[in-house]
Write a protein that binds this ligand. Structure first.
Ligand SMILES: Cc1cc2nc3c(=O)[nH]c(=O)nc-3n(C[C@H](O)[C@H](O)[C@H](O)COP(=O)(O)OP(=O)(O)OC[C@H]3O[C@@H](n4cnc5c(N)ncnc54)[C@H](O)[C@@H]3O)c2cc1C
Length: 410
């Protein structure tokens, strides 16, 4: 019977282990943590957004996003749901196709996968760290630090490497998988955090920190809006966050890393059209001429934003509304609907939900996930240079890349 080692019992490793054990292989999973799938508990705010009804190749990125097409098409939404239904998870679809276990508990995904693996008698060695992988003749030698802190080596016919990226390192994925892959001769593309909060140029954010509102954000390229997200926006002391910002952050960082200037636009009041807002301000300022500008804006935008907005449009917030010109009202209206900020970076890897970049897809077979450098070595999940949008797409990639790999081993 062929012996397979799986390095890392996260989402992709556990999926591969269950599927391959069901097909009769001798499986050993090595997991450095004391328990499996540690990261899953934190996913989807504890509810685990494990796939998305609208999943498609468009949701995936990397140096060569086309790499994901065949896997995502073959192992789409229905295939993932079928698997989870079979192991006892019923899905519920919430906003934007985001799909969760009906219990709305991430722990249910872990528990049902653990029970399935246990029932299949998958051999999972926890507290076991894979230190090295070497090819020796036709076999692979895996060197581990075992649960008693001793060095030990074992031989396998196939190796599946599912160590994740660098996001949330306390969950076990600290980037050591890149080192293992590099030692085998694989190249790692430049990595950076994705689904992450953005740092913005120009201070002043401290006074706006904590302000949250239902807004819209846009990624700007050559003065054109190329990505847009309508959702809560949160100003922080370093810059900006919120679901829409997290969604566009990967693309912002990709562009920044290519040396491009990255600008985002915030619409503070997306529910009102620009001309309606302009008319309202004109009328309101006319009938309240005794107020200052900063008083006039109270009740329209959050008061903690007023000072910075006035600075941005270069109008003194203390001027009297009787003194404000038509052109200044127009500038204010425009700024409320299209406030531009320069992105200078993002929070660290540990703050991101995913690592963008990873093992170069040039060196992996897109249909099987097998290394092109070593027959019998497979690379799956976030370790590969493929990252998904926010909304269940990264876990979908973890499950589907594991399925592609499992189906190709015989
Ligand atoms: C806070 C947070 C929320 C998220 N929410 C969502 C969400 O709702 N929906 C979604 O689709 N995605 C979400 N993601 C992303 C998603 O969790 C990951 O993309 C996915 O878990 C990656 O799966 P993986 O199997 O590649 O790696 P991981 O799940 O990271 O698993 C890797 C495993 O390998 C182990 N390991 C690493 N190195 C070694 C070694 N040398 N020896 C032994 N074991 C090792 C690690 O301990 C870990 O258990 C979220 C991520 C974070 C951080």
């Amino acid at each position: 019977m062929k012996k397979i080692a799986i390095v890392g019992a996260g989402a992709s490793g556990m999926m591969a282990a269950i599927l391959l054990k069901q097909r009769g292989f001798d499986i050993t999973v090595f997991e450095r943590n004391e328990k499996v799938m540690k990261k899953i508990y934190a996913t989807g705010n504890g509810r685990c957004n494990f796939t998305n009804r609208n999943v498609g190749p468009k949701n995936y990125h990397g140096e060569n996003p086309k790499f994901a097409i065949s896997t995502i098409k073959k192992y789409g939404y229905d295939e993932i749901i079928d698997f989870f239904n079979l192991i006892g998870i019923k899905e519920i679809i919430l906003e934007d196709g985001k799909t969760y276990p009906m219990s709305l508990q991430a722990s249910s995904i872990v528990k049902q996968m653990e029970l399935t693996a246990e029932n299949e008698k998958v051999n999972i060695l926890t507290n076991t760290y894979v230190k090295d992988i070497e090819k020796i003749n036709e076999k692979y030698k895996v060197t581990i630090i075992n649960d008693e802190n001793n060095l030990e080596s074992r031989e396998f016919d196939y190796i599946i490497i599912s160590t994740g990226g660098r996001a949330m390192e306390k969950s076990g994925s600290d980037g050591n998988g890149y080192r293992l892959m590099q030692k085998l001769g694989h190249s790692i593309t430049k990595t950076h955090p994705g689904i992450v909060q953005l740092k913005l140029k120009d201070g002043g954010f401290k006074d706006m920190s904590g302000v949250k509102f239902p807004g819209a954000c846009y990624l700007i390229d050559k003065n054109k809006k190329i990505m847009e997200e309508k959702s809560d926006i949160l100003f922080t002391d370093y810059g900006i966050s919120g679901p829409g910002i997290l969604q566009i952050s990967g693309e912002c960082m990709r562009r920044l890393n290519k040396g491009k200037e990255v600008e985002i636009s915030i619409d503070i009041l997306p529910e009102i059209e620009e001309n309606q807002l302009g008319d309202f301000l004109t009328y309101n300022f006319m009938i309240n001429q005794y107020k200052t500008l900063k008083e006039g804006l109270i009740g329209i935008i959050h008061d903690k934003l007023i000072e910075n907005l006035c600075k941005y449009v270069k109008i003194n917030s203390n001027i009297n509304l009787s003194e404000i010109s038509k052109e200044e009202i127009h500038r204010l209206t425009m700024a409320i609907k299209d406030w531009r900020f320069k992105v200078i970076g993002c929070k660290s890897e540990k703050d991101g939900q995913v690592t963008c970049g990873g093992v170069s897809t040039k060196e992996i077979n897109p249909k099987t996930m097998e290394s092109k450098l070593y027959k019998g070595v497979y690379i799956i999940g976030e370790l590969v240079d493929i990252d998904g949008d926010c909304g269940g797409y990264n876990l979908h990639w973890a499950w589907s890349s594991a399925m592609a790999c499992a189906d190709s081993i015989n």
